[in-house]
Design a protein around this ligand. Sequence first.
Ligand SMILES: Nc1ncnc2c1ncn2[C@@H]1O[C@H](COP(=O)(O)OP(=O)(O)OP(=O)(O)O)[C@@H](O)[C@H]1O
Ligand SMILES: [Mg+2]
Length: 322
Amino acid sequence: MAEPILEVQELSIDYPIAIGTVRAVREVSFVLRKGEVLGLVGESGCGKSTLGLSLLRLQKPPGRVVGGRILYRGRDILGMKNGELRRLRGANIAMVFQNPLTSLDPLDRIRDHFLETLAVHEPELPREQALARSREILERLGIEGKRLDEYPHQLSGGMRQRIMIGLGLIHEPEILIADEPTTSLDVIVEAGFIDLLASLKAQYNISIILISHNLAMVAEIADRIAVMYGGRMVEIASAEQIFSEPLHPYTRGLIDCVPNIDAESERLVSMPGSPPDLVSPAAGCPFAPRCAQVMERCRAEAPRLTERGEGRQVSCWLGEGS
Ligand SMILES: Nc1ncnc2c1ncn2[C@@H]1O[C@H](COP(=O)(O)OP(=O)(O)OP(=O)(O)O)[C@@H](O)[C@H]1O
Ligand SMILES: [Mg+2]
């Protein structure tokens, strides 16, 4: 198994609000290995973006980390000074944001976006070399180099998406975090994007955290899938394990919601109940009110993420054996 390059341990993140505190991420732990694609899934509001942004200490204000550790190759990101953090961002870990279509400045040509991004970590790089690097990365992403002279509005949504990825990759980071990278794109472009990620993984041996509420999309590319519910990690397993034998009832529910083109019924199943209250959470497992297999213990005590063999982890009293 490849070595871990990012380790998140017991991470908790709060948003102070007028009526108290939203604990958007609660004691979350996971590991990202060299060269793997880790899918991070869960319903809207479960804390995926807060978690993803926090890995580079970019969480939206007033969000703040209130506990835990984030280690990149053993170095504590939460303890880094600003200079060290700036070098880490982009150079080692890059992030592609939730809405790529609005992230490019309409007044700047594509080449200016690249030159500016390159200048952050390589200010000494001569302009000709910077342009050559930009052209090369565009071509690797399947875009002609001459597009560097164009403005964002001259490119299709799919191309702009690729430009965003290119800007993320220009410093050859070891980790790419992509948050809902395809939500604003059509399904054809989305399929192309998945192929693109697969080829990046092969070309650069990059590790990718792919954040999405769309389990079906994530399953096409992820080696492992991490499922969040109400700010907690509820299951982490290989993509095969998640689909063939989901252990957490919430994971099972998510799979039932994935449209199946072979199924006779065209009805889209949605999960009954609503997401948990993050401001004043009830005692016990946050999924208990929606869980078909709820037991007495679930309402009293929250389970912790525990090892279940074959590298998988689950946070559920079912199958705990006591
Ligand atoms: N600025 C904020 N102030 C207060 N609460 C916030 C703030 N931003 C997010 N939250 C809360 O934190 C929780 C997690 O939000 P987050 O955006 O991380 O979820 P998400 O899983 O990325 O959702 P989505 O799928 O909609 O992108 C939500 O319940 C949200 O209400
Ligand atoms: Mg989000």
